[in-house]
Design a protein. Sequence first.
Length: 129
Amino acid sequence: MKKILAAILSLCAITSHAMGAAPTRPNIVILYADDMGYGDLGVQNPESKIPTPHLDRLATEGTRFTDAHSSSGICTPSRYALLHGRYHWRKFHAIVNSFDQPILDAERTDKVHELSILLEQLRAKSQMR
């Protein structure tokens, strides 16, 4: 899996360098909000009672993904799924309380850290050329 990912990332870096494109950082913003409904933003509901001018501007100027699904009705499982890339029920089924054991897997977070280091190294190499 690491070899395939490294090959794909290398190909992307080489292609962008060959095309003469200046290396730029991706402009990706994930807004993960608890208890926010679809109609709370003014851009999606002109009659919203909550003024959200900055979020409206981000939504208007960018790409919105409005068909998302949560793995649970509470935040812990949904955040777990976002951070780990797998459903929470593969590890736990209950609500995680304040003083419970941590649910984040060291093995999975280490892999994410390794991937971020690899991406940084590829970015640095592409800027040296």
